[in-house]
Design a protein around this ligand. Structure first.
Ligand code: ATP
Ligand code: MG
Length: 458
């Protein structure tokens, strides 16, 4: 017999025991379900708890003093208990999935077994009764967890037709848990990837975020490509397949992008860097040209890639701040530093990039570099440039209008009127200081400002 099947009970945290005692005192059952049970059985930590109970939302609200009706339409409430938030969903049986998006209505189910039968994968259809932790596992999810295997509860085709998001969830779990995927499930996705089309962008985005946040995003993304989901969700990436770029690069643009994204994930770089790693070369198919010697070139691809990144992330309803951050990294990823750069070139780079983004750009550069060869880039990849930036900034930090030694008020005091000229003169002063930080004194800048003002009056 398999080892995990021998596990009949899991350890239950004291807080959940206390909660269960309250349910039981009112004649109600309560089970821990979903990811918490799955992850406990895998020997991993899971932060949030989902509970299932035969108590209906109104009853739970009567039993506990602090209950928030967070998802009443789906039979879900959140109990606030000793500073924890615990979601409880009444046993459910899903109504018709008319359009493959979401059940049209919910009905309550009669037992935990019936509730488990509507869940997506066997590993997610295990319950642990509270307070004692006794396992209820009608689909032998424990066997699949042990085999590291994702399999639908029941017939894959039917389960995917009910809710197209399950296809993406399966691939997401493969990346997150490093699990394999049942052949029948993969075939069912491949046979009808269009099932994802009616699913809302927000739900798709949440899965994509979890893929990007996982240890190896390429697992899911390659499955997506093979099953036909990539061209539906991220067509801009799908068409990078087969775009060759011989030279420093060993791989086509899609493999390069996936390796870069994996490197960013492996090194726990932040989300915007991971997304930038994935999308930074999406403009290459459009900009590819062979030069006279037969070598592929991609002039200005970073500009096209930045536009494509904006359009992908807008479509997926990312926040404006998240979009701007990622687009900026993509736009600036091509800096090519060498020690012939002048001080003012370094300062201008820092101004364009923004001091706060420089570490992210260096991270992206490492990921990009890994994606070219699949080999760890040299440890000192950006050391020289970092040193140059530090020493340059130490000499003068004026990088934006707020850093220069005069203000608009100072200029008004010497008779320059606010309006078009004022803005122009201030920008010229900043340019002068970027070229020569020693000019950044009130006296020198006021002299330069008056000279501009006189010129413009003539
Ligand atoms: P994680 O929280 O790490 O994403 P999870 O398994 O807890 O993993 P949730 O999205 O929180 O995933 O869902 C909780 C449980 O609800 C799942 O384990 C599964 O049993 C069920 N579930 C969630 N989404 C679906 C769905 N689309 N179809 C069927 N069952 C689902
Ligand atoms: Mg969960």
């Amino acid at each position: 017999m398999r080892a995990l099947l021998k596990i009949k009970k899991i350890a239950v945290p004291p807080l959940l025991r206390e909660l269960a005692a309250v349910f039981n005192a009112h004649g109600k059952q309560v089970f821990l379900v979903g990811g918490a049970v799955r992850d406990t059985l895998r020997g991993a930590r899971h932060i949030d708890w989902d509970l299932a109970s035969d108590a209906q939302p109104e009853e739970i609200m009567r039993i506990f003093p602090a209950v928030i009706p967070t998802g009443i339409k789906h039979g879900t409430v959140t109990i606030r208990y000793k500073k924890h938030s615990i979601e409880v969903t009444t046993y459910r049986r899903d109504g018709d999935y008319g359009d493959g998006r979401r059940p049209d209505s919910i009905e309550y189910a009669a037992s935990i077994e019936e509730d488990l039968s509507r869940r997506d994968f066997t590993m997610n259809a295990i319950a642990a009764e509270l307070p004692d932790g006794r396992i209820v596992d009608p689909y032998l999810g424990r066997v699949d967890i042990e085999k590291k295997f994702i399999r639908c509860v029941g017939k894959a085709e039917d389960r995917l037709n009910e809710d197209g998001l399950r296809a993406l969830r399966a691939l997401r779990f493969a990346s997150q848990l490093d699990f394999g995927i049942d052949k029948e499930l993969l075939r069912a996705i491949q046979a009808n990837p269009e099932m994802i089309v009616p699913v809302s962008m927000e739900r798709v985005r949440l899965e994509l975020d979890k893929i990007i946040a996982s240890g190896r995003p390429s697992t899911a993304l390659l499955h997506m490509e093979k099953c036909g989901l990539l061209r539906l969700i991220l067509p801009e990436l799908a068409r990078c397949r087969g775009v060759e770029q011989k030279g420093y690069h060993h791989f086509d643009v899609l493999t390069h992008s996936l390796l870069a994204c994996d490197y960013a994930a492996h090194n726990e770089y932040k989300q915007s860097v991971r997304l930038a790693a994935l999308f930074h070369d999406a403009g290459k198919p459009e900009t590819a040209k062979r030069d006279d010697t037969g070598v592929w070139t991609f002039y200005n691809h970073e500009i096209v890639s930045a536009d494509i990144t904006r359009s992908i992330m807008t479509r997926l309803r990312y926040s404006n701040a998240g979009i701007d951050e990622t687009v900026h990294l993509v736009r600036e990823h091509m800096f090519n530093y060498d020690d012939s750069w002048s001080e003012s070139a370094v300062r201008r780079f820092v101004r364009r990039a923004g001091e706060e983004n420089i570490q992210d750009l260096f991270d992206l550069r490492r990921a990009d570099s890994f994606g070219m060869t699949g080999r760890e880039p040299p440890l000192n990849l950006s050391f020289d440039f970092q040193d140059r930036i530090n020493s340059t900034l130490a000499k003068g930090r004026a990088l934006s209008l707020k850093d220069i030694a005069v203000s608009g008020d100072d200029l008004m005091r010497i008779g320059i009127s606010s309006g078009k000229n004022m803005g122009f003169i201030l920008r010229q002063l900043l340019e002068a200081v970027l070229d020569d930080p020693e000019l950044n004194t009130k006296e020198r800048l006021l002299e330069i400002a008056s000279a501009y003002d006189r010129d413009m009056a003539e």
